[in-house]
Design a protein around this ligand. Structure first.
Ligand SMILES: N[C@H](CCC[C@H](N)C(=O)O)C(=O)O
Length: 280
């Protein structure tokens, strides 16, 4: 799709990660920076571009400190990205010298706080549990899924399908994740989490993300995992989730599902005008 917009001076960006779930951040609060799916995909190329799991476009918001639009590396959009939300919160808190920030996402207003240990907590909101809200296709059923492991589904502004397994080492994450991501049970596709419950307060999680594939961590996924595991009677409402890239602490409280974890600014750069021109 030809884009009338041009970037004669290139396009500045930041690179951040939350537990190895990595992000390109484009700050469009002062100046419009429209993206196309083609450009988002080109920036996400790990060899020909910058590479990311998600790209976040920051814009100004009347009712929040900023608004976020989330792109997956396949060029699709998502209403939620927990780890990126934590990274944006750190960025804006550092910029403003604040310890609390409000961010607007496709899943509503999210409150973020910085703890004494420097980790960022975000209230990711209430889970969506009805089949219409996850969403699931009405005429299918979770048991129709071609994988054992007592599946559960929950939405956190984005859909998640969670499988509880006895041994994560037995899971073919790429193949089984891809099969579920596009299963007809999920009209908007789904993120896929495989978990092993270590005790009532500890879960090991591996993730195949919608639109991004295997990632080292998934924040909204960890929230959905905590909700599904608790509803199955396997864990408390407060759990520590061990992901490939690190640890998230999840607390499903009366006011929403709180997620706490580390964030890291890695580098800043500028996408070259000729790269952008070739990718639009
Ligand atoms: N792939 C997800 C978005 C990013 C989720 C993940 N990176 C997180 O930290 O929540 C989706 O399409 O719903």
């Amino acid at each position: 799709m030809q884009q009338s917009f041009t970037y004669p001076n290139g396009l500045p960006f930041l690179k951040m990660h939350g537990l190895g779930n990595d992000f390109v951040i484009i700050d469009a609060r002062a100046e419009e920076s429209p993206l196309t799916p083609e450009l988002a995909r080109a920036i996400g190329e790990r060899h020909f571009g910058v590479g990311y799991d998600q790209l976040v476009v920051l814009t100004s918001a009347g009712d929040a400190d900023a608004a976020m639009v989330f792109w997956n590396s396949d060029g699709s959009l998502s209403n939620a990205c927990g780890n990126a939300t934590r990274c944006i919160a750190q960025l804006l808190m550092d910029e403003a010298g604040q310890e609390e920030i409000t961010l607007r996402s496709g899943n509503g207003l999210l409150q973020a706080l910085r703890g004494a240990d420097g980790r960022i907590s975000v209230n990711m909101g209430h889970p969506q549990l009805s089949w219409q809200d996850v969403p699931l296709a009405q005429d299918e059923d979770l048991i129709s899924l071609p994988i054992d492991g007592s599946p559960g589904a929950a939405g956190m502004g984005n859909p998640h399908c969670v499988f509880v397994v006895d041994d994560l080492a037995s899971v073919d994450l790429e193949a089984q994740g891809a099969a579920i991501e596009s299963h007809p049970l999920f009209p908007e596709k789904t993120n896929v989490e495989f978990i092993q419950v270590l005790d009532r307060s500890t879960i090991r999680q591996r993730t195949f993300e919608r639109g991004a594939g295997v990632t080292l961590a998934c924040g909204s996924g960890a929230c959905a995992v905590a909700v599904v595991a608790h509803r199955k009677g396997l864990t408390e409402r407060k759990v520590r989730i061990e992901l490939d890239g690190g640890v998230l602490d999840i607390d499903w409280r009366a006011d929403g599902v709180w997620m706490t974890g580390a964030t890291q600014l890695v580098f800043s750069g500028v996408l070259a005008p000729e790269f952008l021109e070739a990718s639009l």
